[in-house]
Design a protein around this ligand. Sequence first.
Ligand SMILES: Cc1ncc(COP(=O)(O)O)c(C=O)c1O
Length: 357
Amino acid sequence: MSITVTRNPNPQSPPDGDYGFGQTFTPHMFVMDYSDGQWRDARIIPYGNFSLDPAAKVLHYGQEIFEGMKAYKNGEDSSVHMFRPDKNVTRFNISCERMCMPQVDPKLFMDALNQLIDLDREWVPESPNALYIRPTMIATQVGLGVKASTDYIFYIIIGPVGSYFAGGINPLRLRVEEKFVRSAEGGTGFAKTGGNYAASLLPIQQAQAAGYDNIIWLDAKEMKHVEEMGAMNIAFVYEDRIITAAAGDTILNGVTRDSVGILLGDRGNNWVEEPPNIAQICEDAHSGKLKEVFACGTAAVVTPVGVIHYKGADHQIADGKEGELTHDLRVTLTGIHAGNSEHHPEWVHVVPVFENV
Ligand SMILES: Cc1ncc(COP(=O)(O)O)c(C=O)c1O
């Protein structure tokens, strides 16, 4: 399917200064409709509101999925590139399947990303800022009743975001969530669907009111093993191994997590996927066996954890500062993002320049 382009007649210029996160969007967006069993009318149009019937299914039953990825500018030649976008496209279609939504052809998905980013290329900020990319699908069929929609909109919006580390590296203070759970076996934890995030708002709000940055999620069955951190994956560094939860039904299989595992393998480190036991982790923090803890995800790349609160006590990780491995991984990954690294050139997708758009 080809993509038609309608240029914004009054495009704004990119703003200067601190972008924050998710506040500013470029003058264009990609949109495509699904009805009668097929996708149609793939188009890039001026950024703007949708008109939705109040009875649209997404507004009642949360049939919605999204992705989060970034494009970066290369400081030397100003080329623009995405980091492993194929992984996000695949994960999007996995989310589609779980949420009973029609998949998007990966080639069309990539064409849409390439053309939209190229059109608004001047909005890709200098490193360490980046262009955030939010592909989304919503159920638009009109009518109440719990049933998969027949109609959908797939759209992509993009906008500049600031660096998570603008204020410096501040190791996270995390509270283990001992009451609420994020996901259970057979649930939707591996899908990137809005309901998972809606359900996380209350526990995160409570932890923040108690002075913590975010929460650590435990498994729903036994409340013993660490699964994720807020909206990031998390790993525990020991002398001889780095432990993280296996990517199964209950965790979001992060692109950063996967990349970190590969980079650690390259270095000869032992990346082990096994359930991290929270009681043992706290004990090992005290004995000094636990060397570092880091969270990883597109937003914050690799970020250190300084304190874990569990069963009424704060447990400091080593000296509470960023560890060496966490630092090295972040530098390596941000180097790959910025296009300044020898590591894994196959992870860098250069956004082509289209002549006649
Ligand atoms: C729940 C959750 N876990 C983990 C991640 C990290 O995934 P990624 O590295 O693909 O950004 C995210 C971010 O999308 C997330 O929302």
